[in-house]
Write a protein that binds this ligand. Structure first.
Ligand code: NAD
Length: 399
């Protein structure tokens, strides 16, 4: 019998939904590169229901309990008195979502001598000290591709909302105004702008493809160059450095993982290499950017806008300056947790658990760390190290 701790975000403040806005949830037959959607032997939830919050339990309870395992589901994850900390001592598996991450620091991993696997129900395992996981031979797996296209849609929405000044214009309507000049004094067309992505993996490449019909000039940098055929198809300009890309782009979107080399890649110095009035969209990870440098760049006008849904830590304290900086379009971390995406990553989590308990290999594309080293997508997209430093500040959200 194994004990599994599943850390999920809280239910809606009005309670777990009794009905939904739509009756079904549309899903693609496969991912754009042909990868199959998750393939567990079964699921015990209705696709399209809220699975990512505590009462949704990622639809896992029936499966785990009927196989004799113990499931603890909680949103209490930060601080020494959290349920996560109290339950860790005999846990074999910890599951959490990047939206409400269980920060698995070296200290926490040390408190869990039986821990064998940490699963990210979603994509992005930087909330785990990957170095400590390597040392302890803990497997880290995530549901690769489960929400990549969901995030790409959010990126496009945020680019358009920033460039066209959507949020302030919407707010004038709500306030009872008709202030056209106030709305349009910061409003532009996206057409003909230069848009660049830092990383052209599953999300970055999808963003490029979605933007192509807007007749923009597309740019990218990535540590793995795309095939020549894709560069030609999308008329891409490839850059060998972030600096070369930001010098020429009107819109920059970050789509690489967070690990020590990418931490604070956007900072006071690198922001000087942006075009004045550029828009920066970051749905990848908050810590890719230096928090205060972003605020200063918005205040000085070096950036015309900043939007995204990722913060550090998560949840951010009430006084986090990104809540109040000028010309921002921030949301809580939601882009990868649409009901559509939840169906996929809950199904993928079930697939990973079935493989683990039945002694079958977990798909290579789901692996971040295995056998004491980066593996699968982890070896492709990450470098060694730990990016969890400072995560204890998440406890301040409660205060
Ligand atoms: P992916 O593994 O398909 O792509 C990552 C790409 O980043 C790879 O092509 C890799 O070569 C590139 N890369 C790595 N280091 C780089 C660097 N220093 N400079 C340039 N490129 C670099 O992953 P994905 O599905 O595209 O997701 C990317 C990231 O987005 C995740 O790691 C996660 O942090 C974030 N994400 C956020 C959400 C959300 O809900 N906001 C959801 C999913 C993923």
């Amino acid at each position: 019998m194994a004990k599994i701790i599943c850390v999920l975000y809280d239910d809606p403040i009005a309670g777990y939904p009794k009905s939904y806005a739509r009756d079904d949830v549309a899903q693609p037959e496969h991912y754009p590169d042909g990868q199959t959607l998750p393939t567990p032997k079964g699921i015990d939830f209705k696709p399209g229901t809220l699975l990512g919050s505590v009462s949704g339990e990622l639809g896992l309870r029936k499966y785990l309990e009927s196989n004799g395992h113990q499931l603890v589901v909680t949103s209490s994850k930060d601080g020494a008195d959290s349920v996560l900390d109290r339950e860790l001592h005999d846990a074999e598996i910890v599951i959490s979502q990047p939206f409400w991450p269980a920060y698995m620091t070296a200290e926490r991993i040390a408190k869990a001598p039986k821990l064998k696997m940490i699963v990210t129900a979603g994509i992005g395992s930087d909330h785990i000290d990957l170095e400590a996981a390597n040392t302890r031979n803990i497997t880290v797996a995530e549901v690769t591709y489960s929400n990549s296209n969901s995030v790409a849609e959010h990126v496009v929405m945020m680019i358009l909302s920033q460039v066209r000044n959507y949020i302030p214009s919407y707010n004038w309507v709500v306030k009872g105004g008709w202030n056209i000049a106030d709305c349009v004094e910061r409003s532009y067309d996206l057409e003909a702008m230069s848009v660049g992505t830092v990383a052209a993996g599953r999300i970055g490449l999808r963003v490029l493809r979605l933007l192509k019909p807007f007749d923009v000039k597309l740019h990218y940098t990535d540590r793995h160059r795309l095939p020549e055929s894709v560069e030609k198809e999308l008329n891409l300009t490839h850059h060998t450095s972030v600096e070369s890309l930001t010098k020429v782009c009107d819109v920059v979107t970050l789509n690489c993982p967070l690990y020590p080399e990418t931490e604070h890649m956007i900072n006071e110095t690198t922001l000087k290499n942006f075009k004045r009035g550029a828009y920066l969209i970051n749905t990848a990870r908050g810590k890719l950017c230096d928090r205060d440098a972003i605020v200063s760049a918005l205040e000085s006008g070096q950036l015309a806008g900043y939007a995204g849904d990722v913060w550090f830590p998560q949840p951010p304290p009430a006084d986090h300056p990104w809540r109040h900086m000028p010309n921002h379009g921030m949301t809580p971390h939601i882009s990868g947790s649409s009901l559509t995406a939840q169906t996929r990553y809950a199904t993928g989590t079930r697939e990973i658990l079935e493989c683990y308990f039945e002694g079958r290999p977990i798909r290579d594309e789901y692996l971040i760390v295995q056998g004491g080293k980066l593996a699968g997508v982890g070896a492709h997209s990450y470098s060694e190290g730990n990016a969890t430093k400072g995560s204890e500040e998440a406890e301040r959200f409660k205060k």
